[in-house]
Design a protein around this ligand. Structure first.
Ligand code: ATP
Ligand code: MG
Length: 245
């Protein structure tokens, strides 16, 4: 279970996330939407133990990101486009390396790496080092790396950014499969198609505040709009009312 409770993050005088409370249950996929600069990455990074909240908490199954970061890292996969890869390792070497960091070894490690190489098609570029991979190839390696320890919660910041249709589909299929395995999945996106295909629930951030939350159908109903893109625009427009929560 992923939980934000009253999380606020300020950068100096800028409040990037304000009093965010939300939960993602096991077996649930939650899409975090919001215009550029709304605070999605900031919130996800607080949960991923990469930023310290100014107030409030982010936790995974009761482990608090601020006070128990190592436990939280064991319980999550965090994916972000900006993540670096070791440029001189091949994809397989890199995934193996992170597997070892998570305490996997021997046959168990090899079996898990084989599984991820097959799942994300990393065999296609097996002899190339990460420094020479394309954007989409790097993204697939980053995902495999983030998931190597098979954690209970997935936190994905724009997981299909820069991916072609086929690679994007691989990620959709993967997220659906992980949902069926009762993972709690929180992802940010600007792609409404992704939301339609994957999200059980949606949260909309505007200037750091959660202004709406519900199933995709709820948001259509609430806004009276015919599709999610229009509903989203209506919810983030400056004069839209903020939902009382
Ligand atoms: N390290 C930082 N120092 C100061 N301000 C920051 C810092 N990181 C982010 N911000 C600001 O905080 C706000 C929220 O940024 P954030 O990256 O969380 O937005 P986002 O919703 O992920 O946007 P995008 O859709 O563009 O990825 C923005 O106004 C951004 O400029
Ligand atoms: Mg972002």
């Amino acid at each position: 279970m992923i939980r934000f409770q009253g999380l606020t993050k300020r950068y100096g005088s800028l409040t990037a996330v304000r009093d965010l409370t939300l939960e993602v249950r096991p077996g649930e996929v939650y899409a975090l939407l919001g215009p550029n600069g709304a605070g999605k990455t900031t919130a996800l990074r607080c949960l991923a133990t990469l930023l310290q909240p100014t107030e409030g908490t982010a936790s995974v199954s009761g482990a608090d990101a601020l006070h128990n970061p190592l436990e939280v890292r064991r319980r999550i996969a965090f994916l972000a486009a900006s993540m670096g890869l070791y440029e001189r390792l091949t994809a397989r070497e890199l995934v193996e390396y992170f597997g070892r960091l998570h305490g996997l070894d021997g046959e168990h490690l090899q079996a898990r790496v084989d599984e991820l190489v097959a799942l994300f098609g990393l065999g296609e570029f097996r002899n190339r080092v990460c420094g020479r991979l394309s954007t989409g190839q790097r993204q697939r390696v980053s995902l495999a790396r983030a998931l190597v320890h098979d954690p209970e919660a997935l936190i994905l910041d724009e997981p299909t950014l820069g991916l072609d249709v086929l690679s994007g589909q691989t990620i959709y299929d993967f997220i659906s499969w992980e949902r069926s395995r009762k993972k709690a999945i929180l992802f940010s996106t600007h792609q409404m198609e992704e939301v339609e295909l994957l999200a059980d629930r949606v949260g909309v951030l505007r200037r750091g505040e959660l202004v709406a939350e519900g199933t995709p159908e709820d948001l259509l109903e609430r806004t009276g709009e015919p599709n999610l893109a229009r509903a989203f625009l209506s919810l983030v427009s400056e004069n839209a009312p903020v939902e009382a929560t």
